[in-house]
Design a protein. Structure first.
Length: 154
């Protein structure tokens, strides 16, 4: 847990400095360390699948300042729940975070596609595909998989 806290504190310093690439690198390390703490291979595998999709989208879309601020606030709450060993609270926060991230990415993608389509119509190029986006976004499960695990003390 101390490692996750140290990584989080470093990540927050990068957020305050506005260094998004360094922030994202530490964010990834925090996620990896957290899944290692959980000790659940199935969950870790699912995370890797979702992560691949999210990171593919991040190459195309950057976080808005508001989305980044919200993500940071969510991370603060998750770290507090993790340190308090409050499994039910952490579970709720994680679900909200994953859902919010997914919805945010989807909305941003749709807005950009709509803007590109509108620009294509105005220019007469038909630049946007009528078939829509070809990126499969992760859809978080709405049902719990097993009971929340107790977080082991260090």
């Amino acid at each position: 847990m101390a490692q996750v806290r140290a990584l989080h504190d470093q990540m927050m310093a990068h957020y305050r400095a506005g260094d998004e690439p360094a922030y994202l690198k530490l964010n990834r390390r925090i996620h990896d360390a957290t899944f290692e703490l959980a000790g659940n291979a199935t969950l870790a595998s699912f995370y890797q699948q979702v992560l691949t999709r999210i990171h593919a989208c991040r190459f195309v879309m950057r976080k808005s300042p508001e989305h980044w601020r919200r993500a940071v606030a969510e991370h603060e709450q998750m770290i507090a729940a993790l340190e308090a060993r409050d499994g039910p609270r952490l579970s709720k926060l994680l679900e909200e975070h994953v859902t919010g991230t997914t919805v945010g990415i989807a909305r941003e993608f749709i807005a950009r596609e709509s803007a590109a389509e509108g620009a294509g119509r105005r220019q007469g190029t038909g630049a946007a595909s009528a078939a829509g986006p070809d990126i499969a976004l992760p859809i978080p499960a709405r049902r719990a998989v097993g009971r929340p695990r107790k977080i082991p003390a260090e």
